[in-house]
Design a protein around this ligand. Sequence first.
Ligand code: BGC
Length: 761
Amino acid sequence: MKDYLKHHEWEIIEEGFDPHLNKISESVFSIGNGRMGQRANFEEEYSGDTLKGSYVAGVYYPDKTRVGWWKNGYPEYFAKVLNAPSWIGIHISVDGHKLDLAKCKVEDFKRVLDMRTGLLTRSFAATLSDGKKLRVLSKRFCSMANGEVGAIRYAFTPLNFSGKITLSLYVDADVVNKDSNYDEKFWEEVSKEASPGRALVVAQTKKTFFHVATAMKFQITTHGKIVTVDRINIEQREKFAGNVFQIDVEEGKETIIYKYAAVLSSENHPKEKIAAQANHVLDDAFAKGFDKLFDEHAKVWEHKWEECDITIEGDIAAQQGIRFNIFQLTQTYTGEDERLNIGPKGFTGEKYGGSTYWDTEAYCLPFYLGTSEQKVSRNLLVYRHKHLARAIENAQKLGFKDGAALYPMVTMNGEECHNEWEITFEEIHRNGAIAFAIFDYIRYTGDEDYLADHGLEVLIGISRFWAQRVNWSADKNKYVMLGVTGPNEYENNVNNNWYTNYIATWTLKYTQEAISLVKKKHGKRFEVIADVVRLKEKEETSKWADIVEKMYFPHDPKRDVYLQQDNFLDKELLRVSDLKQEDRPLNQKWSWDRILRSCFIKQADVLQGIYLFEDDFSIETIRKNFDFYEPMTVHESSLSPCVHVILASKLGYKAKAYELYLRTARLDLDDYNNDTEDGCHITSMAGTWMSVVKGFGGMKVKEGKLHFNPFMPDQWKSYSFRIEFRNRVIKVKVSNEGVTTKLESGEPLEIVLKDEAVMLS
Ligand code: BGC
């Protein structure tokens, strides 16, 4: 754990420059706007340790994955999010001496991310190798008002000299990925242009042929007056275009460079027009200027915070932590584009390939349901609907038929792009999360028509998969599901993972209900769907009903707990508290074989099911299972603690709930897992939000009504959150004095507070 960032309610602050922490800060201070994102790399040259990262949503490369141990059914590639052309570069040198913080003496270094306005600021004084000293103050943002625009205000002041400074401002598509296998470069130049004051490069990705146009235009001022530069040299080489020139500077006088960037992708523009359109977007941004662009951007943030802020009184670290999580989630996915999704690292790093996992449905959806307009979460569902045909193909490759759909474990475009057999073929519970998300969305929004629009087709595909994936066990006289990996990836190829069996059975039940509902409300549409998916309604639904009735669920009658899988009790049952500190984290210290044979659980598994379907279980059942499994859980997935916070809160285990909450809230700010330098844990950030709202706040939707059952963590004075619910905004404040609920906008609504009906008007 590191503790170098200052605590502040709205800002993330780093004071002093420590090159060893630079990559962590580059992740934490990342900015984005749903369409593009940028790690907190420096504008000037930096020869020290850095992970360069500029990202454009939806742009990926299908990396080669054929290996000697190839197994039929493996996908052909692993998608990787690409480090995209860079738009931030502003290189400075004085008399041949470069401004490079790895080589200069650096003083007064400060990096601040203002989460309220999405503005990254950096300031420092640097002494170059010949003793000349400069003060720099840079500000930049990726516009939330126009997702294709970024802007930088880079101010510098010579502190002990006057003379000429050489500047190079450019766009650069000659970039690499850090995890690039085979040292390959993934971008090729399509075209470039540069003229005094501006430059543009259009580059295309190999194999996927995405075009990205990156353009920049700048203006320089001193004392509010525009500086006209006498001679600008055009600097061009492969995949690179820019301007190099000298300007006169005077000791003590500030010069400001305004650099504007337009980043356009062929996902949104025709390839043949992309250069012209990038220039157009750029000219518009330039005409508005930095301050106006920033005002527009900050207004969007202001509105976002009105929708989704959580306040915590009495604990600044917790306040900063929750805002940081909300900030990152909000700048990663805006819900405007149904083709996009949320990679586990968002726009902050390359790991996990930037692709979509079950994390979206199981963890992120509740956040967007509670904090954004309905369209945002609906688009997350539509994304999977659009991938249905591919999920059916994916299942076919594994031998399933008749429209059975297996959604990928990891995907960019609907195709599976993950190949570890125990996950690709066996971690099939992801299909359940996608079905559950449809239910969760409808339960929350009341938008039942979604079933007729898209949801039912997805449910039928998934139910068909489950119906073919189970088999009848003559021995048990039950249906069983063999050879799976549950959410706990520390066990593979197990039989009858309780969670998977439960969510599969639930899907089969829910799909039958969905069929009845669509038939009743949208008879004609039902006929169309039935025809398109070739539903043999009677035959298929009676098979599903039979499975629902006769599914096998492993259970230990002695302890009265559900068993994670058939042989769980054969394991030596130890507690995490029995482990030595030097054995943690297990995934770095133990062999995989030892992990698989141990009882230790990576993340919520049985408890994941109990959390999703909590109303199916008595409080005593929840308690017994929690008391049995939580002590064996190492929480080595960042997705784990939040589920336990929610259940611990329900059980009244206040201290446990708070302890686990702390593990999620500042995971990246304090680099708990020693891996923030790879990027932030974006999808688990939604778990932090859930911990407060669903855990401490006890929020859930039951029979169309919003319920709250809040408690106060002892460490806080109060906390409050806002919830979007069916065209209303509701504010809940919890303090030692009690709970207040307020309808901030929308029609009157009856809610249930601590089991009592309350009318909000
Ligand atoms: C977890 C998975 C998760 C993935 C991406 C893994 O460590 O075990 O449940 O989907 O990370 O976040």
